[in-house]
Write a new protein. Structure first.
Length: 354
């Protein structure tokens, strides 16, 4: 029997697996000076050589104990998201021609609709691309996917999505919220964002993810907050998400809309369209009264009234900035989170708009 020669891989000095131990004992050659710490290879290359020497040693016996083959779903490598994204861009039409990028108001949507849109790409297995656009006009990367699910009027990126949402806590997460990781040191290639689909266990350690990642859109159970960079993902809630209630809502901004059920102890958000130029309804009166109570009455020359005005917008903007919001998150138009925070500590009389 010919003594094996370890041409490519020398037995690791600090490895005690059967293959390396036998290789060090049998090898007639001194160390070549090359790095010898090759534990990842010892169970494969050295195993084959050692088995030729020992004869009776089976492949299973040659493998180092305590090193079972690891099986896990496709995930980015540690420290690298492998999800390069494009920058902020307009939607693309059927002919591939970009539409004009405008600062459109934040569209109103529901959690059910967000998840429905997310599932469309999962079912179609939309290929991942930072430069291609799907038939709906959205860029086929992680941030384009969230832009589509939130029904935004443009393709955003991880550096701008926070302007369309507000920070929340892990305990507040609900389907349709996102987990955002924006890496300023490598924003295009080192960032990622996923959609939260709901908890899969009572301990809230695993959730259903909807994400756009190579090779295509997917949904699967995922450890919270993500496989890698676990300390850098921040939960956000879309500013335009509304409560899902039975019955249709008027959108002309003129008539008073019936009261909506309270959620989390505050009055139900009536809808963004009721707080627009020309709008006149009881909710504007309710909003203005609450802003005065919260200390933002300096913008008003008259008392509470039902017609929306620039003074209302400026008062709401001041309140939003007092929450620490900037950019599109402080546009002066009350979204669901602005409404919730305004009325969070209001008494029942004020909640009813009386």
């Amino acid at each position: 029997m010919t003594t094996p020669v370890f041409e490519e891989v020398e037995p690791a000095r600090d490895c005690d697996c059967p293959g390396c131990v036998e290789g060090r004992r049998m090898s007639p050659r001194p160390s070549s000076g090359r790095p010898t710490g090759r534990p990842a290879a010892c169970g494969v290359v050295v195993m084959a050589a050692a088995s030729a020497v020992l004869g009776a040693v089976t492949p299973a016996a040659a493998l180092a104990p305590g090193r079972p083959a690891e099986q896990r779903p496709h995930v980015p490598a540690d420290g690298d998201t492998q999800t390069p994204q494009g920058g902020r861009s307009p939607l693309h039409g059927a002919a591939g021609k970009p539409a004009e990028l405008t600062a459109a108001p934040i569209p109103v949507t529901t959690r059910t609709d967000i998840i429905k849109r997310a599932k469309v790409w999962v079912a179609a297995q939309v290929p991942y691309s930072m430069s291609q656009y799907w038939s709906d006009g959205y860029r086929q990367d992680c941030s384009g996917y969230v832009s589509m699910a939130w029904n935004l009027g443009s393709n955003e990126w991880t550096g701008s999505l926070d302007q369309f949402g507000v920070k929340i806590t892990k305990e507040e997460l609900q389907p349709g919220d996102i987990l955002l990781y924006h890496n300023p040191d490598n924003p295009e290639k080192g960032s990622h964002v996923v959609i939260f689909g709901g908890w899969t266990d009572s301990a809230h350690t695993t959730y259903t993810v909807y994400e756009q990642t190579p090779p295509h859109t997917r949904s699967q159970p995922t450890p919270y907050p993500y496989w890698t960079n676990a300390d850098k993902y921040v939960p956000y809630r879309y500013k335009g998400v509304t409560a899902e209630t039975a019955g249709a809502q008027r959108t002309d901004g003129k008539a008073e809309v019936p009261g909506r059920p309270a959620s989390h102890g505050v009055p139900g958000y009536p809808g963004r369209s009721l707080f627009r130029p020309g709008a006149e309804n009881a909710y504007v009166t309710q909003l203005r009264r609450r802003l005065v109570e919260k200390g933002f009455g300096r913008f008003y020359a008259t008392g509470p009234g039902p017609r929306w005005s620039e003074a209302d917008r400026r008062a709401v903007e001041a309140f939003q900035r007092a929450q620490g919001w900037r950019g599109g998150a402080a546009d002066g138009y009350p979204g669901p989170e602005t409404w919730r925070r305004l009325f969070a500590d209001a008494d029942r009389g004020h909640q009813g708009g009386r």
